[in-house]
Ligand binder design. Structure first.
Ligand code: AMP
Ligand code: MG
Length: 480
């Protein structure tokens, strides 16, 4: 199947017109293809090379449409930095329709009813980040929206300075957000909450369709999925940066990549978003914020589901699921597969140690995968002091003796849990600067490692190098 021969459906348009605004994209000037992800295209049933599809550029630019496509923007609201912000909606994203369980969406494709004071555009810089990061999270085994194509253009877009407009073709099994429910609650359209819940069950949780208490069960599943995703973020060192409820996917996957960052040195207080002056969305706050967001979702659903029941579900499931998943992921990273009472405290001890010794989080675990009792290979990563890490390694060595796996097997398993290639901000920044000068080779290179971050890519070793001191744990502007 060729991408341009896909046939889309638009089930969202069967909902009440309050849910969306039908709107056509405004194409960019002099568009050109920067990159495509064949891997993402496979999800749609596409098996022909995207590079040979002569219509791909005009389709991503919104000049022409796939069969069955009927473009629309979605209405939603949200809590931004803790405060209810009223109606937001897709201000610069336009949905095209759905195929094979994936909803296609253009981001940066012009004004919609929900653009407010924005221009409906996305700049090249932020589009490269979103494009690569969606694919990287997938490569790391984390639930996420995907990206199929990235185009650039000569359209000028005003930010702190003039930049060029770009569009990412994003895919997700759902684009419904916590904020979509909040919207209908806030305007008092309670019957629409039910309509939306039925849609969400149909789209994301169809096994609940015939169940009794299905809305409560839907909420429970959202809680569980969100906790699981948060455990992944924390284990891999991902800081989302803008965990507003409008950026929380209803099926718990990671969406809306803005000023995100991977930790360089482990710093639990790290805040990647420059505008987040209070540190609300700091790395260590993320699991708690997701819990708060889930309680806002419960409030929004309360005309439909008993609020106390949802609170019980949230209390019962969230922390348990988060702790269980996080410990499992961290134990995989440490190569510990036996049940031992003190494993959770061994993990906590390590994190405190990495923080006080100032150690690169990703590099530490990758190197630990090769650990053979020689502490120096690891303590040399410490920028500040080595002693605490030495002590931890001694405890770790003792703990390893309780494992029954052969060292080689353990190493192999650890290498499959500890990525070598993480799209750190300094690398993304380099890729962006090159792209702004017309050289997209680094975007291509980064896409390759994004799709296979646990493998060695000998010719792309430069993407695994250490972060220069001046670029460590930098903050990013929200402007995009
Ligand atoms: P974000 O935090 O980037 O997910 O965006 C929050 C809200 O602002 C969403 O409703 C976006 O659609 C909207 N928005 C962000 N940037 C723009 C823009 N350049 N033009 C129109 N709407 C925008
Ligand atoms: Mg958003």
């Amino acid at each position: 199947m060729k991408f341009s021969n896909l046939q889309l459906t638009t089930p969202y348009l069967k909902l009440d017109p309050l849910f969306y605004d039908k709107v056509s994209p405004t194409p960019l000037e002099k568009p050109y293809i920067i990159s495509t992800s064949q891997d993402a295209a496979k999800l749609l049933g596409v098996d022909e090379d995207l590079n040979n599809d002569e219509r791909i550029l005009e389709l991503v630019n919104g000049e022409t449409f796939l069969a069955g496509s009927e473009p629309f923007a979605m209405a939603y609201a949200g809590h931004q930095f803790g405060y209810f912000a009223g109606r937001l909606g897709d201000g610069r994203a336009i949905n095209l329709g759905k195929v094979n369980g994936w909803n296609l969406q253009l981001k940066g494709s012009g004004l919609t009813l929900y653009s407010r004071r924005g221009d409906g555009r996305a700049v090249l810089r932020s589009s490269i980040r979103e494009y690569l990061m969606s694919e990287a999270m997938y490569g790391l085994g984390i639930e996420t929206s995907r990206a199929l194509a990235l185009i650039g253009s000569q359209s000028s877009v005003a930010r702190e300075q003039w930049e060029k407009g770009a569009i990412v073709l994003r895919l997700s099994p759902t684009w419904v957000r916590f904020g979509t429910f909040e919207y209908f609650n806030s305007i008092g359209e309670y019957s629409k909450l039910e309509e939306l819940a039925d849609y969400v069950i149909d789209e994301s949780f169809s096994y609940l369709k015939e169940e009794e208490n299905r809305y409560l069960k839907m909420y429970a599943q959202i809680v569980k999925n969100t906790a699981t995703t948060l455990a992944h973020w924390q284990s891999v060192g991902f800081n989302h940066g803008v965990m507003n409820t409008d950026n929380m996917s209803i099926d718990g996957r990671t969406i809306d990549y803005g000023p995100f960052a991977f930790l360089d040195d482990y710093d639990s207080n790290y805040v990647c978003n420059h505008t987040d002056s209070e540190g609300r969305y700091s790395f260590k706050n993320q699991p708690g914020i997701a819990h708060w967001n889930l309680s806002m979702l419960a409030r929004a659903l309360s005309p439909l589901v008993n609020y106390e029941d949802m609170q019980v579900v949230l209390d019962d499931i969230y922390a348990n699921q988060y702790e269980k998943k996080y410990l499992e992921l961290m134990k995989n990273k440490l190569g510990l597969f036996q049940e031992e009472e003190n494993d959770a405290s061994l993990v906590r001890w390590l994190l405190g140690t990495l923080e006080s010794c100032v150690v690169d989080y990703t590099l530490f675990f990758r190197k630990l995968s090769y650990y053979n009792g020689d502490n120096e290979t690891l303590t040399e990563l410490c920028e500040y002091q080595q002693r605490p890490l030495q002590e931890w390694l001694e405890a770790y060595s003792t703990r390893l003796k309780k494992e029954s796996l052969d060292d080689e097997v353990r190493k192999k398993k650890m290498l499959a849990s500890n990525p070598k290639y993480i799209l750190k901000n300094f690398l993304l920044q380099e890729a962006i600067e090159k792209a702004q000068n017309g050289d997209f080779s680094m975007v291509d290179d980064m896409l390759s490692v994004a799709h296979a971050p646990f493998d060695e890519h000998l010719e792309l070793e430069y993407l695994a190098r250490q972060t220069p001191k001046s670029a460590k744990n930098i903050k990013l502007s929200c402007s995009s």
